[in-house]
Design a protein around this ligand. Structure first.
Ligand code: ZN
Length: 315
């Protein structure tokens, strides 16, 4: 028997694009569905799993508007706002529980929370219809990120080849403990080819950040055979990251200095310098031997417990 979402998808005529609302126990989701004229896989594209990461929303809106259904092999299911209750308040997390939706998978993290229950529902919805999946993320309201991709350690050789040879990203983050409860982990365990792309951030969405997402999604669609246009191999390969360092702020204060996403830093160097309300200065320094700045806090106000940076060890 077909699920309600499968019914909705198959109601779109072949060779057409339609926007459809879908009622769930957790509220309404708005999809754009492209059913190609030719047979092929079903790919699920989504953004704003974190409600303040807007780059991916713009990227998906532009992408689905410009793709010609006549040239699509298979089906594209695009969900530009994957976490509507978080997006509605412009925050990373849903106000219903303040739980990170992308850390509730594969293990019973926050099992009684709204986000846990919604996450399980969403993962089942995706695994039921799609064989390929892209989760678009970015820096959100206060972080800036380098362009990088995260895949589970258990990703197939094909997925590893896609991200290391064909995507235009600065780094590939794979097999670190922090990524073990993400939606891509759960979907990979269900046999879906799943990747998470990061681009952009801070308060202003840039054309460049949107374009990086669009280009990497198009490359993935070519790799998966959804688009027949030629796949271009990248000249420079991304850095492969197996080990990370995360920094968080200890006190309320003001940012004084920070490094930029993509910068290479060495042990002992400060990544961010900030001061508390008594103007005492603090530094958060690199503990890895040599690392690339994958994300960094760039907004002037810093709050205790807030994320300051993510570094990836590069040798
Ligand atoms: Zn995110």
């Amino acid at each position: 028997m077909k699920s309600a979402l499968e019914e909705l998808i198959s109601a779109v005529p072949l060779g057409q694009r339609q926007q459809r609302s879908f009622e769930t126990p957790f509220g309404q989701l708005v999809f754009t569905i492209i059913r190609g004229a030719e047979p092929g896989p079903t790919v699920w594209l989504q953004a704003a799993e974190h409600g303040d990461e807007l780059d991916g929303i713009y990227a998906l809106h532009q992408l689905v508007a410009t793709l010609s259904p006549a040239k699509v092999h298979g089906t594209i299911v695009a969900l530009p706002i994957a976490n509507p209750s978080a997006f509605a308040v412009g925050h990373n997390r849903s106000p219903r529980d303040n739980v990170n939706l992308n850390r509730v998978f594969t293990k019973a993290a926050h099992p009684d929370s709204y986000s846990y229950r919604y996450g399980r529902y969403l993962a089942e919805l995706i695994a039921r219809v799609a064989s390929c999946f892209i989760d678009l993320h970015g820096g959100g309201e206060y972080l800036d990120v380098a362009s990088f991709v995260t895949i589970p350690e258990t990703a197939t050789p094909a997925t590893q080849q896609l991200v290391t040879e064909f995507l235009d990203v600065e780094a590939v983050l794979t097999g670190n403990k922090q990524s073990s409860a993400m939606l891509i982990d759960e979907l990979t365990a269900s046999g879906v080819a799943a990747i998470l792309l990061e681009s952009g951030g801070a308060s202003q969405v840039t054309d460049r950040a949107i374009q990086i997402h669009i280009d990497n999604v198009l490359q993935s669609l070519r790799y998966w055979g959804v688009l027949a246009t030629a796949l271009t191999q990248q000249q420079t390969h991304p850095r492969i990251i197996h080990r990370i360092q995360e920094g968080t702020f200890a006190t309320l204060g003001l940012l004084q200095e920070c490094r930029q996403p993509g910068d290479v830093v060495v042990r002992g160097e400060p990544v961010v310098t900030y001061s508390n309300i008594a103007q005492q200065s603090y530094q958060l320094v690199v503990s890895l031997k040599r690392a690339i700045v994958l994300s960094v806090h760039t907004q002037s106000l810093v709050r205790p417990g807030q994320y300051a940076f993510l570094l990836g060890q590069i040798d």
